[in-house]
Design a protein around this ligand. Structure first.
Ligand SMILES: CCCCC/C=C\C/C=C\C=C\CC(=O)SCCNC(=O)CCNC(=O)[C@H](O)C(C)(C)COP(=O)(O)OP(=O)(O)OC[C@H]1O[C@@H](n2cnc3c(N)ncnc32)[C@H](O)[C@@H]1OP(=O)(O)O
Length: 305
């Protein structure tokens, strides 16, 4: 067991690990002893903010976000997230990802406002590049991506869900999803807007963005921001059912089709990436915008009292 942990330090196997005895080892061509797993092995790795559970049998990984209290997207969170998606992308066994939250009531609260408030231009630039990277990795993924939205998902959280191929939301009218940037006195960047337009169309996006609409679950389904509503306890199982339909499609055909649909939107950001960072930095560091963020955060905290 000690050797096993040395070989795979970041990985813990669940399931029948306890039954791995000497006869559970096989010799590789180079003579190294390697663990020999039954076909249905699951591999789980945990980082500070994420748990990634890979099922070799189905080729599906469940990525669970767990950054209390609200899964806000900090620089560290985004960095870990992009690395995890990249690793899964490079894993030939992984064909699909289900993205969900391990916290009650919240999928993700969107970008961590504290990363944009009172910070210097260099930090803001680094942060924005990480936001771009998260979206590029997810929106441009070759894997099947399903968002199991088991709580509220404003702004950057909505972007994450929209970047997936399919969205299943908990049927709870208390949960909301949308790009509410204007309510904070900020502006959704062009690629947030493009992602939403690609999902729900021009008119619905125009209304949603200007009004900073946060749709409750039934409205989100009505406008097409999510594809299915299911009882809260069934979000993950419904995502597994949904992904099995996608897995039945030959990967190469699905991937080429996905790329055909999404490449123009991705290329638009790639060809303006530095300019987008400069725009963000000069916008977010303005005194008036900083004031808006401060007022918004104060209101958020006051809601509790
Ligand atoms: C013209 C050129 C344009 C260029 C582009 C320029 C700019 C674009 C810039 C930015 C784009 C930003 C996109 C974003 O994602 S901004 C983030 C928007 N997010 C929100 O508005 C969500 C706010 N949060 C909530 O509504 C609720 O917290 C939520 C419904 C998610 C959960 O509610 P709940 O009641 O469970 O929890 P709370 O008590 O409200 O929160 C607990 C705790 O967490 C703090 N917090 C909440 N959200 C955030 C956040 N996004 N970032 C940081 N911190 C957050 C909250 O303040 C509480 O803290 P505390 O009181 O316990 O200390």
């Amino acid at each position: 067991m000690a050797t096993l942990l040395k070989l795979f330090p970041t990985c813990t196997w669940t399931g029948r690990l306890a039954h791995l005895s000497r006869k559970g080892w096989a010799q590789s061509r180079s003579g190294r002893l390697l663990p020999c797993f039954p076909a249905s092995q699951r591999c789980a790795s945990t980082t500070s903010y994420l748990t990634v559970e890979m099922d070799d049998n189905t080729g599906v990984a469940v990525v669970t976000m767990k950054s209390p209290p609200v899964n806000s997207l900090s620089l560290d969170f985004l960095t870990e997230f992009s690395i995890s998606i990249e690793k899964l992308e490079m894993d030939r066994k992984c064909r699909g990802v289900i993205l969900t939250s391990g916290l009650p009531k919240v999928f993700s609260a969107g970008l961590d406002i504290m990363e944009m408030y009172g910070k210097g231009p260099e930090h803001c630039a680094e942060f924005w590049r990480a936001v771009q990277e998260m979206w590029l990795k997810l929106y441009g993924s070759n894997m099947i991506t399903i968002a199991a939205v088991n709580g509220s998902s404003p702004a950057g959280g909505c972007l994450m869900a929209m970047a997936c191929d399919y969205r299943i939301m908990a049927d709870n009218p208390k949960y909301s999803i949308g790009l509410n940037e204007t309510l904070l006195g900020i502006v959704a960047p062009f690629w947030f807007k493009d992602t939403m337009m690609n999902t729900i169309g021009f008119r619905a996006t125009e209304l949603a963005l200007q009004l900073g609409l946060l749709h409750n679950a039934p409205n989100a389904l009505r406008v097409g921001l999510v594809d299915e509503l299911v009882p809260e306890k069934e979000v993950l199982s419904a995502a597994s059912t949904a992904i099995s339909k996608w897995l039945a499609i030959p990967d190469h055909a699905r991937q080429i089709t996905k790329s055909m649909m999404r490449k123009p939107t991705i290329d638009r950001l790639l060809s303006h990436r530095d300019q987008d960072i400069n725009n963000f930095v000069s916008f977010i560091t303005k005194d008036s915008i900083q004031k808006s963020l401060q007022v918004y955060m104060e209101r958020l905290k006051q809601r509790k009292t």
